[in-house]
Design a protein around this ligand. Structure first.
Ligand SMILES: Cc1cc2nc3c(=O)[nH]c(=O)nc-3n(C[C@H](O)[C@H](O)[C@H](O)COP(=O)(O)OP(=O)(O)OC[C@H]3O[C@@H](n4cnc5c(N)ncnc54)[C@H](O)[C@@H]3O)c2cc1C
Length: 407
């Protein structure tokens, strides 16, 4: 008979005020703010620690003035060119028709902290101003979260969440367990955890598209944004692509995102064919990659509800891409979701006492969560509208010109 062995699960001993599942930009931004409020905050992520995580993501996030104001609020150094890479010019064109629009980027000068936007609509209507590599943003936010006293645990995939009278219990795949007065699911597009706690968890989904993107190691003289439609032999529709280029000194490279616009589900071969043409048109063919071409699915999605609570058990909130996404070409999903996370933190300030005292049904807590839900619904509709514009709203040839406000 074999000897039974019991592996002791790792227990994150202290009971926290808040447990955040997911250390993406949204989870970390929220952790900074809640730790600052004096709430004991735990962040769990299934990936390895950021510093050793070789699987970098290809996102060069497009930031507007209001997004930079939010990053400044979080303590991110806007003058660090490795994190915030200012755009110098934007060029949108339709190579098929020859129509192009070029513009200098007008915005707060380097050294100035932009003003906080009035609301989400004001934020969404601002023109792009800078590019922010997602991995470096996460590093910067992680450093701030730790400075403010948050605990961040990597290598912990949360597989089970249970709501109790005074707390939420969490269990990870490796047996790690934790408890908190409240939990926030910020797991990005991965939503299986939500299905276990919300009956009505099926996201409402817009048009799904399969795109291909990569991050090349080469930069430009100055930061630039190029959006074009390219004719590709054998494709009925022109291929849509966005090139986001950081200045060479930032070392953040050039992101190329390509939507081949093929009906149905494009094959891998077709996606790579569209990508190769776009790379060639932009002089990137054969350039070394930081992240090689990868295929991903994008769509505008939203959940009908973004929290569960007010029923005598500890609440759970859903934030970030787990709650709503926009189509990648809208270039706004991350920072709209960061803005919503900051709004959630503002709401929780009013309910801090109830969280600390574990009063799960306190009216101020319920009110805070309802206000957050309402704001998130607005965020989701902004993302859906922008996504619609980019996927279905434009005729071929007009897409690139109407993509973002003219400079
Ligand atoms: C190619 C591409 C380009 C994009 N460009 C832009 C852009 O220009 N502008 C913009 O605003 N947005 C852009 N986006 C969207 C942006 O990347 C997302 O909006 C953003 O990453 C969402 O942040 P998040 O923190 O909600 O989720 P994520 O960044 O996805 O982070 C979620 C975290 O949760 C962890 N996790 C998941 N499940 C579990 C679990 N069960 N237990 C523990 N941890 C878990 C994951 O490991 C991950 O670290 C782009 C996306 C793509 C794919």
């Amino acid at each position: 008979m074999g000897i039974a062995s019991v592996v002791q699960p790792r227990v994150l001993a202290e009971e926290y005020d808040l447990a955040i599942i997911g250390a993406g930009p949204v989870g970390l931004a929220l952790a900074i703010e809640t730790a600052r409020l004096g709430l004991t905050t735990l962040v769990l992520d299934r990936r390895p620690p950021l510093a050793t995580d070789a699987q970098v993501r290809p996102q060069l996030l497009v930031a507007r003035a209001g997004d930079l104001a939010h990053l400044a609020r979080l303590g991110v150094d806007l003058e660090d060119p490795r994190v915030v890479s200012r755009l110098h010019s934007r060029c949108e064109g339709d190579l098929a028709s020859g129509r192009t629009v070029r513009g200098e980027i007008v915005g707060a000068a380097a050294g100035q902290v932009p003003a906080l936007p009035g609301d989400l609509w004001a934020l969404a209507s601002q023109p792009p101003l800078a590019l922010v590599p997602i991995g470096r943003l996460q590093q910067a936010l992680l450093a701030r979260a730790l400075v403010h006293g948050a605990t961040v645990a990597y290598g912990c995939e949360v597989t089970r969440l249970r709501r109790h009278a005074r707390s939420v219990s969490l269990q990870c795949a490796d047996g790690t367990t934790a408890r908190a007065a409240m939990a926030v699911i910020a797991t990005g597009a991965a939503r299986p955890l939500i299905a276990t706690i919300l009956r009505d968890a099926t996201p409402i989904e817009g048009v799904q598209r399969r795109l291909i993107g990569a991050l090349f190691a080469t930069g430009a003289k100055r930061g630039q944004w190029i959006r074009v439609e390219l004719p590709v032999r054998g494709f009925d529709e022109p291929v849509r692509c966005t090139v986001l280029q950081t200045p060479e000194e930032s070392g953040a490279g050039t992101a190329l995102l390509v939507d081949p616009r093929i009906a149905g589900t494009p094959s891998l071969e077709r996606l790579h064919q569209g990508f190769a043409t776009a790379a060639q048109a932009h002089g990137l063919a054969g350039a070394p990659c930081i992240v090689p071409p990868m295929v991903f699915t994008t769509a505008a999605t939203t959940l009908p509800h973004r929290f569960i609570g007010g029923d005598g058990r500890a609440p759970i909130v859903i934030a970030g891409d787990a709650a709503q996404t926009g189509h990648v070409f809208s270039g706004q999903t991350c920072f709209i979701n960061v803005a919503l996370a900051l709004g959630l933190a503002d709401q929780l300030r009013e309910a801090r006492g109830a969280i600390v005292d574990r009063v799960v049904n306190a009216p101020e807590l319920l009110h805070a969560l309802q206000r957050y839900d309402a704001q998130s619904a607005i965020g989701a509709s902004i993302l859906a509208r922008a996504s619609h514009r980019h996927t279905t709203g434009h005729r071929a040839g007009a897409w690139a010109l109407a993509g973002v406000a003219r400079a």
